[in-house]
Design a protein around this ligand. Sequence first.
Ligand code: FES
Length: 152
Amino acid sequence: PDAEITLTVNGTSHRLAVPATAPLLTVLRNDLELNGPKFGCGLGQCGACTVLIDDMAARACTIPVGSLAGRSIVTLEGLAKDGRLDPVQEAFVTEQAAQCGYCLNGMIMALKALTLRETAPDERQIREALRYNLCRCGTHLEILAAARRACG
Ligand code: FES
């Protein structure tokens, strides 16, 4: 049997019997039913699976859960507080930045990480933060508008 792993997600501690080598993304989606993070490439290349680990954007598809003891993980589900969306989420709603929406988890989490480390990110910092998050619909102009709103 798998050894138990303790994982802190969205402020709650979970004891899970999962393989230490299981990707964090698989455990979040299959064991904790947190489906905000998406499976895109599974190779760390698209950004759809982005979560925060200790307030830094990280690709959950490439990180084994066994390496995360004592770390604080936040998923898209953890951003809204007291029934209110996070300002980054609000900005995406206001700008209607989704087309299919599959990439938005990653866009929002990458921007959330940016706003946590920079008080007023400029255009260059915004583009740098989103540089490795892929959107196949080509909704980049709306996403950038939402990003500027979130960071403004
Ligand atoms: Fe993790 Fe693409 S699914 S980076």
